[in-house]
Design a protein around this ligand. Structure first.
Ligand SMILES: O=C(NC/C=C/[C@H]1O[C@@H](Sc2ccncc2)[C@H](O)[C@@H]1O)c1cc([N+](=O)[O-])cc(O)c1O
Ligand SMILES: [Mg+2]
Length: 214
């Protein structure tokens, strides 16, 4: 029976990456995507930009929208200090299953809480589910037409505080025009574009970093 691309990506991690070594998991996925099959991971060019923002914010509580195979969950969680956590939301059960195994191979299962469901349903439950009040950092990488509605939901649920940092993938390709217009024109955000390329390609893409001003 045929396998799926996420299953083949997981197999590459299990074969090539060292258990408990997040960097080797990241490298194994990037190698697979460059040499075998493209996959929609933030990748090895935008990834270091994500890393630098995570290090700068050093979040006590972080949220990721769109886990997919867990590549960016591993990138983020490997940089989080002890006692902090990444909550990542994934809609597709098959992707969630793969991501859990990738996260486990990296040895980061104690720092990452993967919740299955739609961000629109789960965001209002975050405070109660995890006993948090606000997120210091949010990485948006799920359905592109959900970036703006979910940002507004985070505002309505008072899950952002003065200084919360949002980092959005794919603001050029595939593109999130309504989100970009909102964060760049709203007086409540200080926004900056990090130009890069679509993962594993020469196509332009980039990350938008937006600081909530309260
Ligand atoms: O479409 C893209 N990403 C959508 C990602 C979606 C991921 O998030 C959930 S949706 C969800 C999760 C949680 N809550 C609600 C929905 C999906 O099951 C998938 O795991 C994309 C596409 C390209 N590309 O080049 O075409 C490049 C990229 O970097 C991309 O991120
Ligand atoms: Mg993406």
């Amino acid at each position: 029976t045929s396998s799926t691309r996420p299953q083949r990506l997981l197999r590459a991690v299990q074969r090539k990456a060292t258990k408990g070594d997040p960097q080797s998991v990241i490298s194994a996925i990037d190698y697979f995507c460059r040499n075998s099959e493209w996959a929609m991971n933030v990748g090895d060019e935008k990834g270091p930009i994500l890393d630098s923002v995570v290090c700068e914010v050093s979040p006590a509580t972080a949220l990721e929208l769109g886990t997919y195979c867990g590549y960016s969950s591993v990138r983020i969680a490997r940089l989080l200090p002890v006692g902090t956590k990444l909550i990542t939301l994934e809609f597709h059960p098959d992707y969630a299953c793969i991501a859990r195994q990738v996260i486990q191979h990296a040895g980061l299962e104690d720092k990452i809480f993967l919740v299955e469901g739609a961000s629109g349903d789960l965001i209002p439950k975050m405070a109660d589910m995890f006993g948090i009040s606000t997120f210091d950092f949010v990485f948006l990488d799920h359905w592109k037409d959900r970036y703006l509605p979910d940002l507004k939901l985070l505002e309505e649920c008072q899950l952002l505080r003065k200084g919360s940092v949002l980092l959005a993938d794919n603001v050029i390709c595939p593109g999130t025009p309504d989100y970009l217009e909102y964060v760049r024109n709203s007086p409540r955000y200080e926004s900056r574009y990090f130009q890069s390329h679509l993962e594993y390609t020469k196509v332009e893409d980039g990350l938008e970093k937006s600081v909530f001003l309260g």
